[in-house]
Design a protein around this ligand. Structure first.
Ligand code: NAP
Length: 293
């Protein structure tokens, strides 16, 4: 299938699933805006994406961003809004699973900042561009780790207790909630918003900050996991397939609709979380597009 003429912003393209997603979309002739840190790792990834897709600078465009910094996210959104005439796909792929609790330069717990607030900000700041390019799509990479979780509003940022898997799963459930809330608010605009589990994939996720013993165990376990290319399949499907044209607010795995944690559809929890995200970022979707309170 061709994505010729489509512009896709993908975050976290320096490794793992995001890099494989960028290669896949570029091979389908999309213009890929590869949003990643300004680092040597990212520049190497950029060269690999170009080499493996057979494309050049005209269709693989490096946009530097630190997703843990709200200033950097605003700069990214400004650049996309000013430099590109359209935006067909916003693919919030980047994510972290922090071993130890840490704070960003904005004073926010890192997992919550990168996994929840970064997509929230990008969705809000790019809504008008997405609407103007409709039909267009928001694709958020969540995780099955959200399935056994609930939202503890008193411990959203691990203030009381930080558990690596618990806070990661809770952040992905929070991402589900804001994705579904976005789909409600964008109803009728031609912009869809869906979320997905990529599978259990061989990447470096979760190994940052681990001690060497746990890192070595993790490396061994990863040998039995699926490839990043397999992990990219559902993201690419949701970004490109005509099968999901007009489908919104749904959860996918293995390129099929799946049953999400029911809390993902809890409207009261979504409203409460939305307000928290608004307060922490100072932005909200423009009122002209809001169709539900
Ligand atoms: N692997 C799995 O089994 C699995 C399962 C379920 C869900 N997921 C989800 O899949 C997505 C992709 O993860 P992955 O498995 O491919 O892991 P990964 O290889 O560690 O990729 C994560 C990406 O996010 C980027 N990133 C993290 N923090 C950033 C920041 N502050 N600024 C800019 N970029 C940042 C990383 O860039 P740097 O390297 O520069 O930090 C990297 O490109 C994540 O949302 C993850 O939660 C993965």
């Amino acid at each position: 299938m061709s994505m010729k003429g489509k512009i896709c912003l993908v975050t976290g393209t320096s490794s793992g699933i995001g890099k494989a997603t960028a290669i896949g979309l570029a091979k389908m002739d999309a213009i890929v805006l590869a949003a990643m840190r300004d680092s040597e790792k990212s520049r190497n990834a950029l060269n690999e994406i170009k080499a493996k897709s057979g494309k050049d600078d005209s269709s693989i465009i490096f946009l530097p961003v630190d997703l843990s910094s709200q200033k950097s996210l605003r700069d990214l959104a400004k650049e996309v809004n000013q430099r590109f005439g359209r935006l067909d796909v916003l693919l919030n792929n980047a994510g972290v699973s922090e071993f130890k609790r840490s704070l960003t330069q904005d004073g926010i717990e890192t997992t919550f900042a990168v996994n929840v607030l970064a997509p929230f900000l990008l969705m809000n700041l790019l809504t008008e561009k997405l609407e103007a390019s409709a039909p267009s799509r928001i694709v958020n990479v969540s995780s099955a780790a959200a399935n056994g979780e609930s939202i503890d509003f008193d411990n959203l940022q691990g203030e009381k207790k930080f558990r690596m898997f618990g806070n990661y799963g809770q952040s992905k459930l929070a991402l589900n909630l804001i994705t579904v809330e976005f789909s409600r608010r964008l109803a009728g605009t031609g912009v869809t918003a869906n979320f997905l589990h990529p599978g259990v994939i061989r990447t470096d996720l979760g190994s940052r900050g681990m001690n060497p013993v746990l890192k070595a165990i993790g490396k061994f376990v990863r040998l039995f996991m699926a490839s990043p290319e397999t992990g990219a399949k559902t993201s690419i499907y949701l970004a490109s397939s005509p099968d999901v044209e007009g489908i919104t607010g749904k959860y996918f795995g293995k390129s099929k609709e799946q049953k999400a944690n029911p809390i993902s559809y809890d409207q009261e929890a979504a409203k409460r979380l939305w307000k928290i995200c608004e307060d922490l970022t100072g932005v909200s979707i423009p009122s002209k597009t809001v169709t539900t309170a």
